[in-house]
Ligand binder design. Structure first.
Ligand SMILES: N=C(N)NCCCC[C@H](N)C(=O)O
Ligand SMILES: O=C(O)CCC(=O)C(=O)O
Ligand SMILES: [Fe+2]
Length: 332
């Protein structure tokens, strides 16, 4: 890494927030107030930031990526043993070209996972995603590691959202009430072969669907690009040990449009295979998501900002999944 390296996205050390995150008066702490101020700036300016001081060990983050590289190195026949299908609740492995974004094929392969839930819990909408996550059966180790990782990412997301809740001028707990008390999560374990052409897109431009995303990416390739306020694509250069954190569609709605979900895409022009583990922290699956009263009062909105419409999160997710995999049956 060049010594004059200057990332385009803010870097936020959230350790002061984590120390105090169970104290309702955390905002009285000057360290917390400083983190909150930085979160507000980052969420208003670009909607993407690096998180350091997050308490998840760099060795665990690295192990997750190493095991993922090992999985994608397996022969296709092996990987296809845990193939994604509608009957499996859209959980499991998809080969390159199966995933579509805005009607175009993406150049990545992935394992998709969702929080598991009891059959029937979320009615007709939920049925689409019913099933158990699929892991290579010769690797209890991978599943065990990822279960631990998911637990840590869930706690971390909730704690970052306490800071974001304060940043919006609320109590620390605005994102833990009725709509978010039982958070759903999604995880995509993604592999992008290196390609030598500018026009092969690893993942087309999109916003994320939920509240908050935590991205754990390889340290030695730059591929994720973020659209900034000026409309330019800026690279999210890897910072070892950090997560890249970004805002999703549900946070935009809950915040009454004060924080935007930011467009991003992936182009891996490196000669090397890149992996990324994207963890998506979401609202309750069956939540009717609409701007929170407190933020409607604080930010009545001006003519520029369109007030976001309300949506049942599970319906938003299922719509996205079905569009993404509209061509799935042609591949099985
Ligand atoms: N769960 C989330 N956020 N997944 C993001 C995937 C984005 C690409 C997908 N093909 C799409 O068209 O949305
Ligand atoms: O590969 C990445 O860095 C990001 C992937 C992503 O944006 C997504 O899966 O939603
Ligand atoms: Fe994304």
């Amino acid at each position: 890494m060049a010594t004059n390296f200057k990332p385009h996205l803010p870097i936020i050390d959230i350790s002061p927030l984590l120390v105090k995150c169970d104290d309702p008066d955390m905002m009285d702490d000057t360290g917390v107030a400083e983190v909150v101020r930085k979160l507000d700036r980052a969420c208003r300016d670009v909607g993407f930031f690096y998180v350091i001081g997050h308490g998840i060990s760099e060795s665990l983050m690295r192990k997750v990526k190493e095991m993922t590289h090992r999985f994608f190195e397996l022969p296709y026949e092996e990987k296809l043993k845990i193939k994604i299908t509608p009957a499996a609740g859209y959980r499991g492995y998809q080969k390159i070209g199966v995933n579509y974004t805005s009607g175009k094929q993406d150049f990545h392969e992935a394992i998709d996972c969702y929080r598991e839930f009891k059959q029937g819990k979320y009615g007709e909408t939920g049925k689409v995603l019913e099933g158990l996550n699929q892991w290579p059966d010769n690797s209890q180790e991978y599943k065990g590691l990822m279960d631990e990782y998911i637990k840590l990412c869930t706690d971390l997301s909730r704690n970052i959202l306490r800071g974001i809740s304060l940043a919006l001028g609320g109590s620390p707990y605005e994102f833990e009430g009725e709509m978010v008390g039982d958070p759903f999560w999604v995880m995509r374990i993604i592999g992008y072969p290196g390609v030598n052409q500018e026009n092969v897109i690893g993942c087309g431009a999109h916003t994320d669907y939920g509240l908050l995303t935590l991205i754990n990416q390889d340290d030695d390739k730059t591929a994720l690009q973020v659209k900034n306020l000026a409309g330019d694509w800026v690279s999210a250069i890897p910072i070892p040990g950090s997560f890249i954190c970004n805002i999703g569609d549900m946070l935009k709605i809950l915040s009454n449009g004060v924080y935007e979900s930011t467009l991003h895409r992936v182009i891996n022009n490196a000669p090397l295979y890149r992996v990324c583990i994207a963890f998506f922290y979401e609202t309750n699956f069956d939540a009717m998501v609409e701007p929170l009263e407190i933020f409607k009062e604080k930010y009545p909105g001006d003519k520029r900002s369109q007030v976001p419409k309300r949506v049942v999160y599970g319906e938003h997710l299922v719509n996205k999944v079905q569009t993404t995999f509209a061509k799935l049956l042609e591949y099985s």
